[in-house]
Design a protein around this ligand. Structure first.
Ligand SMILES: Cc1ncc(COP(=O)(O)O)c(C=O)c1O
Length: 393
């Protein structure tokens, strides 16, 4: 096949990001400094929230937030199994127990009903995850949790730009952990950010992210800084270096345009792929003020109706040079997590075997999008489009 590869993801890095990194490399700072401070204030302003802490990853943000919430031995933390392993990993690192809640088969996120099925008097926190950046009704989950004295930490890895009934992740809940990993809709190559309106949580999370020190490098080495500091408690080393933060500032400035392109592609996919036999899409957001961030586009495949299995379809896409992925292999299926007891997870078990994540990023051309649709249409039996006959233009 002579067609160029269409990868599963390609970051949208342009002149603005390159100029921002160059300026940051030239300003003589390099570690966490003015660019990280700018990223924090720009993100907080955009999200309409009081505190933002730039960190080395979303995993780091989940870890410091759970630690700042005093999650520890004897506590249970409720989360989906159909997500990335980071939340469960951080919970275990703190000596607490991950408890898996099933997902709603239409939204692919946990709901008040699935959470309620596994909450116990030991539940200290819930880590819901708006799957793919589809709003999950955080308000209902927060109301349920707070009525029981349970904290809510959103895993907002997919949620940059998402609006959940008009709100950014983290504004209604106790905190939200965003990811700036290379595949996300805002990237810093590797990076993350914790958003919260809780001043005490923010102060402790920031301290824990840098060894538990009373002052960070920015305040010790800047003109007004002083060399003296204390270490108030044992912490971690999770700060975001300035050249990476500089990429984030440039990305945030372009978020509106990048989201608009993602929306266009998602609309085209929805229109064309949603009609193929055996294909169901994630439920559309249904409330006023909702905005999907389209961090991912997922389809669910019924092998019988489609005449092709999920794995064979992934192979067909690959043969045509198109990358795809599966989000996620459920956490409780992994060797290192199999020993955790869990309630039945019927939707998770059924749905993950049907999921395929398709390429969706702002640098995709219309031809790229048609190419994906054409190959899918050709591979799915009963589809009227002659996709296998698709020829690159
Ligand atoms: C849902 C979810 N949570 C957490 C993470 C971890 O993000 P990071 O790589 O920034 O730690 C990811 C990353 O892919 C993710 O998809």
């Amino acid at each position: 096949m002579s067609e160029a590869n269409l990868p599963y993801y390609r970051p949208d890095i342009g002149d603005a990001e390159i100029a921002a990194v160059t300026a940051s490399l030239r300003n003589g700072w390099l570690t966490t400094g003015p660019c990280a401070a700018e990223l924090e204030s720009a993100f907080a302003r955009t999200a309409g929230i009081r505190h933002a802490i730039a960190l080395s990853s979303c995993t780091a943000a989940l870890h410091v937030a759970l630690a700042a919430m005093d999650v520890g031995p004897g506590d249970e933390v409720v989360m989906p199994s159909l997500t990335f392993v980071a939340g469960a990993q951080c919970t275990r690192e703190l000596g607490a127990t991950p408890v898996f809640a099933d997902v709603d088969q239409h939204t692919l996120s946990v709901s008040v009903e699935t959470i309620d099925a596994v909450v116990t008097p030991k539940t200290k926190a819930i880590i819901p995850m708006p799957y793919a950046g589809r709003p999950m009704n955080a308000a209902a989950i927060v109301e349920y949790a707070h009525a029981r004295g349970i904290l809510v930490l959103e895993d907002a890895a997919h949620a940059a730009g998402m609006l959940d009934r008009g709100h950014w992740s983290g504004t209604l809940s106790d905190a939200a952990a965003y990811s700036f990993y290379a595949t996300k809709n805002v990237t810093t190559a590797e990076g993350g950010l914790l958003l919260t309106n809780d001043a005490n949580l923010a102060e402790r999370a920031r301290r824990l992210s840098l060894h538990g020190m009373s002052r960070d490098a920015w305040s010790r080495y800047s003109a007004k800084g002083a060399w003296r500091y204390d270490v108030l408690e044992p912490g971690f080393k999770y700060n975001l270096p300035d050249p990476l933060a500089a990429i984030g500032v440039a990305q945030l400035n372009r978020l509106g345009a990048m989201l608009a392109r993602r929306e266009e592609i998602a609309a085209r996919y929805t229109e064309r792929i949603g009609k193929l036999p055996g294909v169901t899409l994630q439920a559309r957001p249904e409330n006023g003020g909702d905005r999907h961030s389209w961090c991912m586009f997922v389809m669910k495949l019924d092998a019988q109706e489609a005449g092709i299995t999920r794995d064979a379809l992934i192979e067909t896409l690959a043969r045509h040079g198109i990358g795809s992925s599966v989000h996620y292999i459920p956490t409780h299926h992994f060797s290192g997590y199999r020993s955790l007891a869990h309630a039945p997870l019927p939707n998770t078990e059924a749905v993950w075997q049907r999921l395929i994540s398709l390429p969706l990023y702002s640098t995709m051309s219309d031809t790229d999008v048609e190419r994906v649709i054409g190959v899918l249409a050709g591979a799915i039996v009963g589809s009227s489009s002659p996709g296998e006959a698709y020829v690159a233009s």
